[in-house]
Design a protein around this ligand. Structure first.
Ligand SMILES: Cc1ncc(COP(=O)(O)O)c(C=O)c1O
Length: 405
């Protein structure tokens, strides 16, 4: 019996009946090293967080330098914290106008909550619109937006009202009317199996929101900062939302989220009542310093371009390996969805890949789809290793994977 794993099961609250349970002792680049002396290729980058892989020297140096200066000194928004100011300034310079003002949070779900509150306060309307298949986090209001009723049901009643519309269906947008405070949308639905919408749908959504005075909120928590082959996924559609929400890669491996909008819009949170939206740890100096260092590496290396070629290499490789059990391979930048004919096949592929030292995972709202979201700067040797092991895993899962349905 592995003693630490035993303690993990007993004392760390579990979120699934069968956690992966790798005992990680070290992580470097695209690799995780475990207590049993093995190494694993991290093709999901900690679910989209570790865009530069693990332990990037520029990020570690920024964390050390900030730790020597100071850690937490005051609740968010009261003192001038240089790490926050510099990251906000850099983001504002990279985002399209009018997204110039940043409210930092600890997580993606918290940033979604902040965006919803901002939209309610600004519009004085109550209703939200989200999409089937959506995932925006697991706090109560973020969960209310979740586009899979099975995950909402045990926790109802949830904040609302929320209406769910079909994703990528421009005709359905007629249902967005002048009672709607905000429409929240992912530029690519990752948890729904890497669903990539048409530019026409995203533009129609912008137009509909403008027509009825609803705010458009882009959830770029996973898609932001190079993942989809552009610095921000909104660039694929030529659409600028009223609020952009980020997290995951934003903190360079430390917890950090943000919602960004115009100064006028976010300024509304400062009054009536004052301190109506506050956080103790949001925008922690360590997270902001790490995030700025990571962002500089992404921008100076134009890593969104590497994300595109990397995603293409992996997606083409998987397409070559795939037999009849794979229904589709979808890729946008370094975000790849491999759709199997059945959930059993997908699960067997994930399991068999792990056995061979490659970490990939299934998606919450599409049990037949396996997702890859590797570090954007992953090298050719890792791509070769990943494809070789996935070839073996596909072969093995053909023998044992039995579709559930
Ligand atoms: C698109 C999207 N939005 C929001 C969230 C929630 O972020 P967090 O887990 O940091 O609360 C996630 C997390 O996976 C996500 O993928």
């Amino acid at each position: 019996m592995n003693a630490l794993r035993d303690v993990f099961v007993r004392h760390v609250a579990q979120t699934s009946p069968a956690p992966i349970g790798l005992e990680v002792v070290r992580a470097q680049g695209a690799w995780l090293y475990t207590a049993d002396g093995r190494r694993y290729l991290d093709l999901i980058a900690g679910i989209g967080v570790s865009a530069l892989g693990h332990g990037h020297p520029a990020v570690l140096e920024a964390i050390a330098a900030q730790a020597r200066r100071h850690l937490h000194v005051m609740v968010y928004g009261e003192y001038v914290i240089e790490a926050q100011v510099r990251l906000a300034e850099r983001l504002a310079g990279l985002l399209p106008a009018p997204l110039e003002c940043v409210y930092f949070t600890n997580s993606g779900a918290e940033a979604i909550e902040g965006a919803l509150k901002t939209a309610r306060k600004h519009t004085r309307r109550s209703r939200f619109v989200a999409f089937d298949g959506a995932y925006h986090g697991d706090t109560m209001a973020a969960l209310a937006l979740m586009g899979n009723p099975a995950f909402r049901a045990p926790f109802e009643p949830l904040p609302g009202p929320v209406s769910h519309l079909p994703y990528d269906d421009a005709a359905a947008l007629e249902a967005i009317d002048s009672t709607v405070a905000a429409v929240v949308v992912e530029p690519v639905q990752a948890e729904s199996g890497v669903r990539i919408p048409s530019a026409g749908f995203m533009r129609a959504l912008r137009e509909r929101c403008d027509r009825v005075g609803a705010m458009l909120v882009y959830d770029e928590v996973l898609t932001g900062l190079g993942r989809t082959g552009r610095l921000f996924a909104m660039e694929h559609f030529g659409v600028v939302p009223d609020l952009a929400v980020m997290a995951k890669a934003l903190g360079g491996g430390l917890p950090l989220g943000a919602f960004c909008g115009s100064q006028r819009l976010l300024g509304e949170l400062a009054h009536d009542p004052p301190l109506g939206h506050i956080t103790t740890f949001g925008g922690h100096p360590l997270s902001c310093a790490a995030g700025l260092a990571a962002l500089e590496v992404i921008v100076s290396g134009r890593l969104w371009e590497r994300a595109s070629t990397l995603g293409q290499e992996l997606a083409d490789g998987v397409r070559r390996l795939a037999g009849a059990e794979v229904a589709a391979v979808r890729a946008i930048g370094a975000l790849i969805g491999i759709e199997f004919g059945g959930a059993g096949r997908a699960q067997a592929f994930v399991r068999e890949s792990l056995v061979r030292g490659v970490i990939i995972n299934w998606t919450l709202n599409a049990e037949r789809v396996v997702r890859l979201a590797p570090p954007l700067n992953m090298g050719a040797a890792e791509v070769d290793f990943g494809l070789q092991m996935m070839a073996e895993a596909l072969e093995a899962s053909r023998a044992i994977g039995k579709p559930r349905a």
